[in-house]
Design a protein around this ligand. Structure first.
Ligand SMILES: NC(=O)c1ccc[n+]([C@@H]2O[C@H](COP(=O)([O-])OP(=O)(O)OC[C@H]3O[C@@H](n4cnc5c(N)ncnc54)[C@H](OP(=O)(O)O)[C@@H]3O)[C@@H](O)[C@H]2O)c1
Length: 355
């Protein structure tokens, strides 16, 4: 019977949260999969067997693999190198959710929309916080304004939070990138962790200087919500560290991350390093028109433990896809869900302010 939910990377930092959330709703139907069976089994034991363990390497060929025979939905919690596993899922009509923050991968999955429609598969992308909640907050701003022309997204991450290795590697690999953003409807090249802009997060956090970072929401939202200008910037809870990091970037010191050994050491330090709190925040400054007049709208959320909230958002989306009947195809979170249905479920975990 096809009634299982397979979480690839299921015993990782975010994957564990998704598994535990879904196992409460659907005990015995959740599979935590990864390349190390022992780790999957140890995690399964902590859930009293409500989560089932599986050894699975998504980089292998799964075209005819029996491992997917009973699977109705896959939740992907790691950055894949190619789309072969996804294609194998979609060809079998398996629904698919991806929390990746890699735009290259998201674009490649978008290109499979026709295949998903033909096979009755629903794929949901941009699930988590950034992308994810950021997309949902921008949609909320657009609904409040009516016409949204500019959206400035700012993300604050706590240096004392627990971030998984895959998430740290993604961040480190994006420190030295140059990428395109949409400004006034045109593509403009910008550099990571440069072009700082001050933004207000909350009374407690105040205004913070945040820097450009290659989050996927800024590439997707101009298309899905028809916005002329979108940017995403990043800062850390420690003002001093954010400034220090921006200076190192300016001086070219972070170019050393291109050296394999230095990158490995940097990732290790961040895996074990706790310099701040576990807070995270997202603030969106939106500019557009309301009832024929130029208007601004500000919306922010604050929470703790970014990995847990990312997992909860993914768990929530998975629960809806498992229980509901959604159109076949490939969608970003904001194309399939209303802000209220996601934000309402997070009220216990996050503070939401809009003005
Ligand atoms: N959207 C968002 O807001 C958001 C937020 C945080 C993280 N993320 C993304 O979420 C992903 C996971 O982050 P994380 O912090 O949970 O990382 P993590 O703790 O390192 O977890 C990744 C898991 O994937 C498994 N894995 C790696 N390669 C695999 C393969 N080929 N086949 C099967 N399993 C494999 C790893 O176990 P083994 O090595 O033992 O196989 C590990 O359990 C990252 O891609 C990150 O960018 C998104």
């Amino acid at each position: 019977m096809k009634d299982k939910i397979l979480i690839a990377g299921g015993y990782g930092n975010v994957g564990q949260v998704i598994c535990s959330y879904l196992a409460e709703k659907f005990p015995g139907k959740i599979i935590a999969a990864g390349r190390n069976y022992e780790k999957a089994d140890n995690f399964s034991k902590t859930t009293g067997g409500a989560v089932l363990p599986m050894k699975l390497d998504v980089a292998e060929n799964h075209e005819n693999s029996s491992l997917l025979d009973e699977v109705l939905l896959v939740v992907m919690c790691l950055d894949q190198k190619d789309t072969r596993f996804i294609e194998a899922c979609i060809r079998r009509g398996i629904h698919y959710i991806d929390i990746t923050a890699s735009y290259k991968l998201l674009s490649d999955i978008e290109a499979m929309a026709g295949l998903a429609e033909q096979n009755g598969s629903t794929a949901v992308l941009s699930v988590g916080i950034a992308p994810g909640i950021t997309n949902i907050l921008v949609k909320h701003c657009k609904q409040r304004l009516g016409i949204l022309e500019e959206a400035y997204i700012n993300l604050l991450l706590g240096l004392g939070d627990e971030h998984g290795k895959a998430a740290i590697e993604w961040t480190v690999d994006n420190i030295n990138t140059t990428f395109d953003v949409v400004e006034n409807g045109n593509l403009q090249k910008v550099r990571s962790f440069e072009d700082g802009k001050e933004s207000f997060f909350s009374e407690k956090l105040g205004k913070r200087m945040a820097y450009r970072f290659d989050f996927t929401d800024q590439h997707v939202l101009p298309r899905t919500l028809n916005i002329k200008t979108v940017s995403t910037r990043l800062c850390f809870d420690s003002v001093i560290f954010t400034r220090f990091f921006a200076i190192l970037k300016k001086l070219g010191v972070l170019n050393l991350l291109k050296l394999k050994n230095f990158r490995r050491l940097f990732v290790k330090v961040f895996e074990n390093f706790r310099l701040g709190s576990d807070i995270f925040a997202v603030a969106v400054d939106a500019i557009g028109e309301k009832e024929g007049k130029r208007a601004e709208y500000h919306c922010s959320i604050i929470g703790h433990k970014e990995g847990i909230i990312t997992g909860k958002v993914a768990g929530l989306v998975a629960e809806k896809i498992y229980n509901g009947a959604y159109a076949s195809g490939v969608f970003h979170i904001e194309q399939l869900f209303e802000p209220e249905e996601i934000l309402k479920e997070l009220e216990e975990n996050i503070e939401i302010r809009c003005s």
